[in-house]
Write a protein that binds this ligand. Structure first.
Ligand SMILES: [Zn+2]
Length: 335
């Protein structure tokens, strides 16, 4: 695990501590029990964390930091590339993705695919013969509507799943793509929240995006409430807002055509997500976004800071607020 001192998106060192977490090893869990696939997702990942990443430890602490420059909230320390690769390999060896799906099948896949297609098709011209790549696309379920509308669908995913009709598997990662292999649309759904270096990841992918192509990015609105409920440190590393996602794509030299936050179907239930469509060409771009501060659930943050604030300062703030209320009341009384 690596402690970072700069923001993983914008490299700023203006980091603000938000809260800490501690995870504890459950020594009763065995590899056989995990392999059976009856444990919760959180138990599986905690078992992998303590058995594959920190085998000597019985507990581990984490901090959540907020970057004051780009608004990203992120976990610190973070796993290294090798550790994360080892985690995915263990997940594959234990055949956990299939067991998770058997335990809890995905819902509303068609609805989700239609929604993504409708957002992208509103911003692109004709589709015939165009190529669409879903990075981390699993079965290619998000490509179904694209394929029905004459796109050629491709998937890159670390794990090889059974694919939807008309979708082709190209490999585990960007390095498996041929030099100069270009796509007209790239989907990056629920990937950036896992990425250790989101900017580096996007830059490597958009090398394969055509000059007129579109990249569709979807991330959970992690800054809302998810940052308050981190059960294990291996899955989501980043907790995005419109602001941090927007700035992340701008750091890669992309122009933003569309940005929205909505409550939408993702796998098993409705989740608040940020959707962005970006492109390489310069043109009509969106310059407005909601800031992390606007989208964040600040109630817990407020109470944590309240506990730390000296009583003298609290008294002063309360006195100032009461004085303002008093002045406003007097003003109304005169009117
Ligand atoms: Zn930042």
């Amino acid at each position: 695990m690596i402690t970072v001192y700069k923001c993983p998106v914008c490299s700023s060192d203006q980091l603000q501590f938000i809260r800490s977490y501690e995870v504890i090893r459950d020594s009763r869990l065995t590899r056989e029990e995990i392999r059976e696939g009856r444990q919760s997702y959180e138990n599986e990942m905690l078992w992998i964390f303590f058995n594959e990443i920190l085998p000597q430890e019985s507990s581990a602490g984490f901090r959540l930091e907020l970057c004051c420059a780009c608004g990203l909230i992120f976990l610190n320390p973070r796993p290294s590339d090798e550790e994360l690769h080892h985690v995915y390999k263990t997940v594959e060896d234990l055949d956990l993705p299939k067991k998770r799906r058997d335990r809890q099948p995905f819902l509303k896949l068609d609805k989700r695919a239609r929604r993504i297609y409708s957002v992208v098709s509103c911003l692109s011209s004709s589709s015939a013969g165009k190529k669409v790549l879903d990075y981390g696309g699993m079965h290619g379920q998000n490509l179904v509507s694209f394929v029905k509308n004459d796109f050629q669908g491709y998937v890159l995913d670390f794990l090889k799943f059974e694919l939807c009709p008309g979708v082709e598997y190209l490999g585990a990662d960007v390095c498996d793509l041929a030099e100069g292999q270009i796509f007209d649309v790239i989907l990056l759904n629920h990937v950036l929240e896992h990425a250790l270096q989101p900017v580096r990841l996007i830059e490597s992918i958009v090398k394969h995006l055509s000059q007129d192509g579109l990249i569709y990015v979807e991330v959970p609105l992690g800054c809302l409430q998810e940052w308050q409920l981190v059960y294990e440190p291996l899955t989501h590393q980043n907790f995005f807002s419109e602001e941090s996602c927007y700035k992340c794509l701008r750091m890669c030299g992309l122009d933003i055509l569309y940005i929205i936050t909505c409550n939408q179907w993702v796998y098993w239930d409705k989740t608040p997500c940020v959707n962005i469509v970006a492109c390489k060409r310069e043109g009509n771009t969106v310059s407005h976004y909601k800031t992390t501060w606007e989208q964040m659930d600040r109630s817990r943050y407020f109470w944590m800071n309240f506990k730390k604030t000296p009583r003298k300062q609290i008294k002063k703030t309360v006195k100032s607020v009461l004085s303002r209320i008093n002045q406003t009341c007097k003003l109304f009384w005169r009117i």
